[in-house]
Design a protein around this ligand. Structure first.
Ligand code: GDP
Ligand code: IMO
Ligand code: MG
Length: 429
């Protein structure tokens, strides 16, 4: 097996970090190819719980080389805080490779993220406030600062000056905020230079050479399909390519080297921040999912919006990502429900729609059409084979698989490393 992509099928927090950890030492590289510290991946190993934001989850597996590739935006302060915290817990981070072409998030991106959200008022997106959107906007506008710029004093100053010339006008005149000093930003960035130096390399070359040598490279997506800048519920999305295609542009590894696309999906649905969500629940069932599933953000602590499983979204994710395998997580959370609704299609203005409407207004109006499956009461957290699951639970999994567009190859029945049912090997055909 050569290159494998693992992405979220829904609106994030599907358990991607946990699924990456599942593949553990069977992969040689784990690459973060999009997003930044808007991501929050929780991995539970025995008594230890890790919350990762900027580092790929593979960093927790000894022998795996973690890579932050060109598609990522890096807040250096957060990066080194995270590295220090892991080192303090005995995790070796020395193998970390960082692309010289990745962009940096600076103080002005963080400020702009917060003030633009405030300015949007009722129309706000509910971003994580980490400066992600403004940093990607600078990249696309060709005024971004890249990791390699930190190794050239003159270029770095020129770039920060150029960016601040315009941004300070905006900050002072439109948003009524104080101007940001060039020196302040440059000094802050340079303070990380020497710590950064041993990690920086040509990750395109490193990853392609590794693949040539028969190594296995896992691309771990941040965010998810429905938050993708092109394919998500725009404008209520993040600013990067969170779908499988993003793994290629975000790393310089060609699409034809990718042999498998694993999509992680919860047995129900959650979303953080604003935007349409057809199966969202506002009643005690929503509270049940939130409390039983501990659905509070890893990054911002916000309560996650909760709803039932949405098969049109899975089918859409299967198509846009070329999903070969689903990892179904948090099945244990549904234990105890008398019946479980599954959204099989939508009704939009009186018409049944089996697929996702491509018009945002139609998606806003989409009402779920449910099929109701009988629930189960037995504890499933110690199930390790499909046959260990109660009959109704097996039927739920089979039903979801039959309408979601790809096979289900692994099932999470609890947050811990071993709380999983393996149905098909995720790395072998
Ligand atoms: P990510 O952003 O996709 O990596 O997901 P998060 O880490 O933000 O959220 C997923 C949460 O679900 C984490 O707290 C995981 O520990 C937890 N989790 C993952 N798989 C399972 C599962 O099968 N059962 C239960 N109960 N929790 C799970
Ligand atoms: P992981 O990788 C869930 C959401 C934010 C907001 C929108 C834009 O843990 O699944 P941004 O700060 O990216 O500009 O915010 O995207 N969002 C996430 N929601 N999980 C995430 O990451 C998210 N990253 C961003 O809540 O609605
Ligand atoms: Mg998360």
């Amino acid at each position: 097996m050569s290159a494998i992509v693992l992405i979220g099928a829904q609106w994030g927090d599907e358990g991607k970090g946990r699924a990456t950890d599942l593949l553990g030492s069977r992969v040689d590289y784990v690459v973060k190819f999009n997003g930044g510290n808007n991501a929050g991946h929780t991995v539970v190993i025995g008594e230890e719980k890790y919350a990762l934001h900027l580092l790929p989850s593979g960093i927790l597996t000894p022998g795996v080389t973690p890579v932050i590739s060109n598609g990522v935006v890096i807040d250096l302060e957060v990066l080194f805080e995270e590295i220090d915290a892991l080192e303090a817990r005995g995790v070796d981070t020395s193998r970390l490779r960082i692309s010289s072409n990745a962009h940096v998030i600076t103080a002005y991106h963080r400020v702009l993220d917060k003030v633009t959200e405030r300015f949007l008022g009722k129309r706000q997106i509910g971003t994580t406030g980490r400066g992600i959107g403004p940093a990607y906007a600078d990249k696309i506008n060709r005024v971004g600062v890249r990791i390699q710029d930190l190794f050239d004093d003159k270029i770095l100053r020129q770039k920060v000056e150029g960016a601040l010339d315009q941004k300070n006008q905006l900050l002072v005149k439109v948003y009524n905020r104080r101007a940001i000093e060039v020196d302040e930003v440059v000094e802050n960035l340079l303070s990380f230079r020497e710590r950064l130096r041993p990690h920086v390399c040509d990750t395109v070359h490193e990853l392609n050479s590794a693949l040539d040598a028969g190594k296995t490279v896992l691309f771990e997506g941040g965010q998810a399909t429905m938050l993708d800048i092109d394919h998500g519920t725009y404008p209520f999305v993040t600013s990067s390519s969170a779908t499988a295609g993003g793994a290629s542009t975000g790393s310089g590894v060609a699409p034809n080297r990718i042999k498998r696309v694993i999509a992680v999906t919860k047995a129900y649905t959650t979303r953080v921040g604003a935007g349409p969500f057809p199966t969202e629940l506002f009643d005690e069932d929503g509270d049940f999912l939130r409390n039983t599933g501990h659905e509070f953000g890893t990054t911002t602590g916000r309560p996650r919006r909760c709803g039932w499983y949405d098969a049109p979204i899975s089918r859409y994710a299967a198509v846009v990502n070329g999903v070969t395998d689903f990892v179904l997580t948090k099945l244990d959370v549904l234990t105890g429900l008398e019946q479980i609704p599954v959204c099989v299609a939508y009704e939009v203005d009186g018409v049944r729609r089996d697929e996702l409407p491509d018009s945002q207004s139609d998606f806003h109006h989409a009402k779920p059409i449910y099929e109701y499956l009988p629930g189960w009461t037995e504890d499933i957290t110690s199930a390790r084979k499909l046959e260990d699951l109660p009959a109704n639970c097996q039927a739920y999994v089979k039903f979801i698989e039959s309408i979601s567009g790809a096979r289900i190859s692994a099932i999470g029945v609890g947050p811990e490393r071993e709380q999983v049912i393996s149905v098909h090997d995720l790395l072998e055909d």
